[in-house]
Design a protein around this ligand. Structure first.
Ligand SMILES: *Cc1c(COP(=O)(O)O)cnc(C)c1O
Length: 400
């Protein structure tokens, strides 16, 4: 098995796994309880809050734990919209956001808000001039991701944050693909709200956090008890939160030790190898301005889904299209369409997302295997390829 799908989720690291164990069994207290078991759980959650805050240069009180970035994005968008609806009803985002931003935006449109979806250039970078021109007196929120999950392209978040600050507009950033992989400093980025997810940086699934800059007011998404100062009700997922805190500390060390630089070198080796040995290959997204782990290619005349299934079947390689569309649908990727790829190439996108445990040997195995798989897929008729994909992907597609 070769795991090249770290942008979808990472394996939990040993330290995070060890640390969460006691909170699943003996240390099962509710952080809101007053007795010693409760205090123990409370202490664990507050320690994790400090660890996560340190990772992004925030104060612990600015960290609100939740179930993940989908919830964080919903909280940021809907919470600001509800709080500031009197002041304005215009929101700006981009065409290449994750569905966890795009779908809440659609919901807000149905609720009477207006949303502008700013485009990107051929490299996948948000058009700053277009974004600047879209800012209005009634704009209450701008939401732009730090790195795109499909291509890995880094966005000019610091500049966008500065534009928003000058105009007193709140700025939210979905930083799922950067937190824990490159230095993320909420002060330097000029953000007011920032979403992250533990399972994208070697923590357990089910815990994420929303950074809410001190003084920023937004409505709560999940209402109920008084947990987390009323900003997110519900008993905290203590084991997953503990694992996220430890994963944050491990990530800081990993970044400092050059482990993410190792990931970037593997990515470069993959890009160079595929561009050398595969005919008709196109790298999607900016060549340099990208996170360490992600490389996305379109192979002319080959659907991404077919290639992924073939790679899995023949060599146990796990990668994905990176596109949010349902498995087996054969829809072109909206992100690749946004960078101007024609429909054929937008359907061909294949994302390899690498992690700290990957090796040069694994990269070389894929470089060796891919040219042959691509040639064999190109020789099949489009109808045969589509039928194979539908057949193989249908059972899972029902569950996504
Ligand atoms: C994974 C991801 C999400 C969703 O995160 P969950 O914690 O799985 O809800 C949102 N945005 C981006 C950019 C992502 O990569």
């Amino acid at each position: 098995m070769i795991y090249f799908d770290h942008a979808a989720t990472t394996p939990i690291c040993a330290e995070a796994f060890e640390a969460m164990q006691p909170y699943l069994r003996e240390a099962y207290g509710n952080p809101s309880s007053l007795h010693h078991l409760g205090k123990q759980a409370k202490f664990a959650v507050e320690t994790a809050r400090e660890q996560v805050a340190a990772l992004i240069n925030a104060r612990p009180a600015e960290i609100v734990f939740n179930s993940g970035a989908t919830e964080g994005n919903n909280h940021a968008l809907k919470g600001v919209a509800e709080r500031l609806a009197e002041r304005g009803r215009h929101i700006i985002t981009t065409q290449i956001e994750h569905d966890a931003v795009l779908h809440p935006c659609r919901a807000l449109e149905h609720a009477g808000f207006e949303v502008t979806y700013v485009g990107v250039d051929e490299q996948g970078i948000v058009r700053l001039d277009e974004l600047k021109a879209a800012l209005r007196a009634d704009t209450i929120l701008v939401s732009v991701m730090h790195a795109n999950n499909e291509m890995g392209t880094l966005q000019p978040v610091t500049q966008i944050g500065a534009l928003c600050r000058e105009r007193n507009i709140l700025f939210h950033c979905d930083a799922c693909q950067t937190v824990g992989h490159i230095p993320v400093d909420v002060k330097a980025l000029n953000v007011d709200l920032l979403s992250m997810s533990g399972h994208k940086f070697y923590g357990a699934k089910g815990a994420g956090a929303l950074y809410i800059r001190r003084g920023v007011r937004l409505d709560t998404l999940v209402e109920g008890g008084p947990q987390q100062k009323g900003r997110r009700a519900g008993t905290e997922n203590v084991p997953a939160i503990v694992s996220m805190g430890v994963a944050a500390t491990v990530a800081m060390t990993a970044i400092a030790n050059g482990e993410e630089a190792h990931v970037a070198r593997l990515r470069e080796r993959l890009i160079e190898g595929l561009e050398t040995y595969c005919a008709g290959v196109f790298l999607n997204g900016h060549r340099e301005q990208r996170v360490p782990g992600i490389a996305n290619f379109s192979f002319d005349g080959v659907e991404g889904e077919g290639l992924i299934l073939e790679l899995a079947a023949r060599a146990g390689v796990c990668c994905s299209t990176g596109s949010a569309c349902a498995a087996g649908s054969l829809d072109p990727s909206p992100v690749l369409l946004a960078i101007g790829r024609p429909v054929g190439l937008a359907r061909a996108g294949t994302r390899f997302s690498l992690g700290r445990d990957n090796t040069e040997g694994e990269i070389d195995a894929v470089i060796k295997l891919l040219p042959e798989i691509i040639e064999s897929l190109r020789q099949l008729s489009p109808e045969t390829r589509a039928a194979t994909i539908h057949q193989a992907a249908a059972p899972e597609a029902a569950n996504v």
